[in-house]
Design a protein around this ligand. Sequence first.
Ligand SMILES: Nc1ncnc2c1ncn2[C@@H]1O[C@H](COP(=O)(O)OP(=O)(O)OP(=O)(O)O)[C@@H](O)[C@H]1O
Ligand SMILES: [Mg+2]
Length: 1002
Amino acid sequence: MAERLGPEKMHELVRWFIDTALAAVNRYEGTVPQFSGDGFLALFGAPIAREDHAQRALLAALAIRDAIAGGGAIAERGWPKLEIRIGIHTGLVVFGPVGGNLRMDPTAIGDAANVAARLQTAAEPGTILISEETYRLTQAYAQVERRGPLSLKGKRTPVQAYQLLDLSHPLATGAAPVARPFVDRAGEMALLENLVPAISEGRGRVVGLVGEAGIGKSRLLGEFRKRLADTVVWVEGRCLSYSTMVPYQLVLDLLRHICGIAQADAVDAVTAKLHAALKQAGMDPDQDAPLLLNILGVRNLSGPRALSSPEAVKAEAFAALRQLIVGASRDRPLSLALEDLHWLDKISEEFLGFLGEVVSSTPMLVLATYRPGYRPPWIDKSYAGQVPLPPLSRADSLDLLHSVPARLDEPITEAIVAKADGNPLFLEQLAFDAGEADEERSAGTVPDTINDVVMARIDRLPDDTKRILQVASVIGRRFSLRLLRAVWQGAGPVEFIQDRLDAERTTYVFRHALTQETAYASLLERYRRVLHAAAGTAIEAFFEDRIEEVTDRLAFHFGRSDEAEKAVDYAILAAEKAQRRWANSEAVAYFGDALRQLESMPDSEPNRLRRIDAVLKQGDVKFALGRHIEHIQDLDDIGDIVRDADDPRRRASWHYWSGYLRSLTGKGLALAIDDCRDSAAIAAAADLDEIVGSATSSLAMAYSFAGRPREAIEAGEQALAIFEAGGNRLWASRTLWHLSLAANMLGEWETSLAYCRRALAHAAAVDDRRSQAIGLWRMGSVHAQRGDPRSGIKCCDEALALAPSPYDAAHAKAVRGYGQIKMGRLDAGIAEMTEALAWFENFRLRQPSLRWALWLVEGLLLRGDVGRAQLLAIDILNESREAGYRHIEGLACWLMSDCLGRDDPGAAEEYVEQAIRIFEAIGARNDFAKALATRAGLLWKAGDSVAARQLFGEARDIFAILGTRDEQAMVEDALGELDHGAALQRHHLRSVRPPAGPQSAD
Ligand SMILES: Nc1ncnc2c1ncn2[C@@H]1O[C@H](COP(=O)(O)OP(=O)(O)OP(=O)(O)O)[C@@H](O)[C@H]1O
Ligand SMILES: [Mg+2]
């Protein structure tokens, strides 16, 4: 390099490197006794002894690596890329001579220094190698990859080495740095160890360690980990006490751990680490990284997938995550430690269920800890088991007490053993408490509960320390020094922690959740709110350009502060983020938080807008959850403030949602039409084209439901032009569905099929599965209605193969059921329709319920269940009248006449006439012809074969024009028999007609 650079530049580069590296070493209080040509040796823990020398060495090495790789100065000055190697080893050195001045030139001699130097030579450029000895001291928080065993010069046997990736969780519970002796849990330990052989053979297991707080679950996990040492890959994930609300909390913790992603990593680092991990698992980063980055909240999904069915994308993300986890068990068995599942969030729980499916065929041991009362998703599976942790025996309790460095006399020991009831945490804390209390108060009083004893101990801390503990407890179970410092407003005392370690990247964890909870509870509410606000503000500042990642935390902190506006704004952002990550229930919960907050806030213009947003933005989630009725109520509640708000976008959106939902739920169809019109008008006046389009498209749907197909087509075509011109293919296809609905009503099958094909083309162009599924079942419904049930069923099968949402799946099943009925498979068809109907009724979606119920009536009639058919038809008739679904009302009348045809021809006649009038008014020609045929049957029955022939003829002509195959065949059949002078056959009324079609029976 010197040659290329020239002596002067080379000198400059070396100086810069030495300065940068020395700064890092100094920061962690290391010394540099030796320089060689292009490197140096640094010592930590000498000449001044430090307990945490190994950690300091790692931190310094990472700081050097990052500073050099950061590249700022190097790129700026046009230097070539520097490739540094670092080796770290822990051992004894002879260090001397030492005077008062650390800058003297002592020489560090010894084997330890040699090993470090050899590791350095063996390291790949740009990496850090650490020895087995160093790793042993730091494994609780060092994230490494195994390298070696390496043959090092001067060493007879190859040595194990590890490449250091990053540091995390320095004080994680399981492997606390100074753990007291482990008191017998031999039985439980043996149970765990017995699982290992099967796991190694690829038969995975799930084991839950269950027990009350402080009983020793985490400790057992930690001890087991030590026994396994590096025979397994150990991956940890932890739930937090407030994380039940944070979607993906546990899953993300696992993901970060697997990829070695640290909390403080910036977007680029996260992306790079994720890519590396995916590659290592043999996966394709281009394919899978975007999904996982979206879950991480680092980068939103873009492109077709963003538009796709949320369920489908979530399934893909789950699959990628599972593959990544399984991939981690490629070289060695994987041990997945899941801590504190009693705080598990819903989505992670769903994922664990999904992961469970492959456990038994993977070399993977899932170890979960949770308190009694929690039921993990795999509880009933054959590959899963549970290990309950009973209280320690008296002898073990005494053992544990003896290991605690506090002098306790006999009566106190007895009192403690009696009170603690075999709970190790309680024992420990009581022992410390008694030890500390000795001087201050009369011994002999023993606190009653674990909380009391923890509180007593917190109270006895020096003021500054106690304050630090309390402040930290507000931040959470886990907190970084950087954050603590920012939240801490006093001066000085923060040195208490700073003194022990100075590492921005370091994360601290309360060893026991209980300590955090107790410290938190000891704060005055008023002060807590101030601290939460400070924590929120600090996080806001740290994550200034990555707010998306931390909206849940910000919503949490501001939600507990007096900064109500921020609380609401972040709750809404967190809700939207949850929505983007397919966590619908969490999204609704956050929206709910925002609305609750707003209730006690002043009635100002900005707050009113916030309230409107919190309701409007819930539209899609509530829809996905089937909570339409509730959402209409919410919309009604904000109706007044929306009308007063001087904000066309929000007003137009409100009207649009209100109209859309009302038309589906049957709550005021006339109002719905007005709403859609208002929305379009408001949006048009404000040049909001997209909203004009959405409103007009919804108007088309509402018109169809109201039995106004021609107006529906006019509105639909208008909306379609807007969306096709603007390239909004999703909305274009949605609009085409509404158009097809109207065309069906008119009996114009070819037009309707053309609309469906066009909708499918749009959906395919943006690769949107949800729209494809919908397009397909709609096309299926056209086929079924025109008398081609075979094609109808095929479309529905294809729709269902796309894994549509429950809503769309129910539609597809209803249509398929109708197809089956038309094919003559009555029982299967009726069963499928009944199932689909139950779904819509459950969510009180009236329009689809009634529409599919009509087809069910047809099925029942064909099967001869006239009584049931009639009851159902009356219901449909009454409800459709009330809701204003005119076309459905006509069809219900027509079916009523069929139901009654046999026993009460007079009433049947009245109904069919009503039906004919309605169909005529609507322009529903196909249905009009069907009603004519029914009327013809009634006339025939009454002996008027001339009039009957006349009506059958009219009906046949209409069916022929429209191309309704099955109905046309039936009418021609009837005409033939009439011409042969036959009397009315049973089958000329639908109620007594055997199923028609190419396959009469199965
Ligand atoms: N068998 C044991 N021998 C010695 N100490 C133990 C033993 N079991 C637990 N302890 C100690 O008791 C304390 C509480 O244990 P631990 O943190 O494992 O409880 P836990 O069951 O995980 O509680 P939580 O539900 O609150 O997470 C720890 O300090 C731990 O070191
Ligand atoms: Mg625990």
